[in-house]
Design a binder for this molecule. Structure first.
Ligand SMILES: [Zn+2]
Length: 281
């Protein structure tokens, strides 16, 4: 399993069966570990919202107990029994991991903090600061200039997903496709008389995508499934399944938006150059 993903990508309250980790992996997630030979999470490649820069944050040892102390305690109290390790970790309450921003002049406000607990043999990330939504803001900033409404809906989707509200996050992603990408094109086609009110009324959404296909981003046409998965998520899937699928669908929507931005830039450039050519007598 990619342990960094638990810190950087997965939403709060995602549950991991602790038996899916080795003992060493589990302790590496929960505790700062000085030793570089067994340390798997000494750094996190992420973003510092205060420096406004990509940053490799460094695990810090100011947490209450560190890896070595815990191993000693476990060895003293619970020799050789896996279920006893689980009991010990459950009894610990919460686990705090702190990663510091290494840039000069940074202070504790730059740090990333992650809180975990173990409950019923499950590892659960119960808190993090900055939130996934704060970290994603930079990534989606470019969509604000393209379309403020799309930016807002995407921001809400990421915010909900970061708190484990998977179904709710799907609603906002689906609105982006329906309301902000497909509907404006259908409206144009209707006004031009290329399609009729009946076409719109009688078609399910996949057919509507077909009606607008000459004007939609290729990625959406080739992957109409994006829309079906979003609808299925809203009507049938569990929160957990939606949370699992969210990063894939978010990236799909980003690809669709990038395609639209690229097209807009190309059209602007073409128009500008055509104008300059026309000016040349
Ligand atoms: Zn920083």
């Amino acid at each position: 399993m990619d342990l960094h993903k638990i810190f950087l990508d997965d939403s709060l309250y995602t549950e991991y069966d602790i038996n899916s980790f080795t003992e060493e992996e589990l302790l590496n997630i929960l505790f700062h570990n000085e030793s570089s030979t067994v340390n798997k999470i000494k750094t996190l490649d992420s973003y510092c919202p205060i420096c406004e820069k990509e940053t490799t944050l460094i695990s810090s040892d100011i947490t209450t107990s560190n890896f070595r102390e815990v191993l000693l305690q476990i060895n003293e109290r619970y020799i050789g029994s896996e279920s006893n390790l689980n009991t010990f970790l459950e009894e610990c309450g919460t686990f705090e991991r702190i990663f510091k921003c290494p840039r000069p002049n940074s202070n504790s406000t730059h740090s990333h903090i992650y809180i975990f607990r173990i409950k019923n043999s499950k590892l659960i990330k119960i808190g993090q600061s900055p939130s996934l939504a704060d970290l994603a803001k930079k990534e989606i900033e470019k969509y604000r200039a393209f379309n403020e409404n799309i930016y807002k809906e995407l921001n809400r989707a990421i915010g909900l997903s970061s708190y484990g509200i998977g179904v709710g996050s799907f609603v906002y992603l689906r609105r982006i496709i329906e309301k902000h990408i497909v509907s404006p094109i259908l409206q144009d086609l209707l006004e031009k008389g290329d399609i009729t009110e009946d076409d719109l009324f009688q078609s399910d959404f996949k057919k509507k995508i077909d009606l607008a296909k000459n004007y939609l981003p290729e990625f959406l046409i080739e992957n109409k499934k994006i829309y079906s998965i979003l609808s299925k998520g809203i009507h049938q899937l569990e929160e957990k399944e939606c949370n699992y699928l969210f990063p894939i669908l978010k990236t799909s929507i980003e690809i669709i938006l990038d395609e639209k931005i690229e097209k807009q830039k190309r059209e602007l450039k073409n128009k500008l150059i055509a104008q300059q050519l026309n000016n040349f007598k």
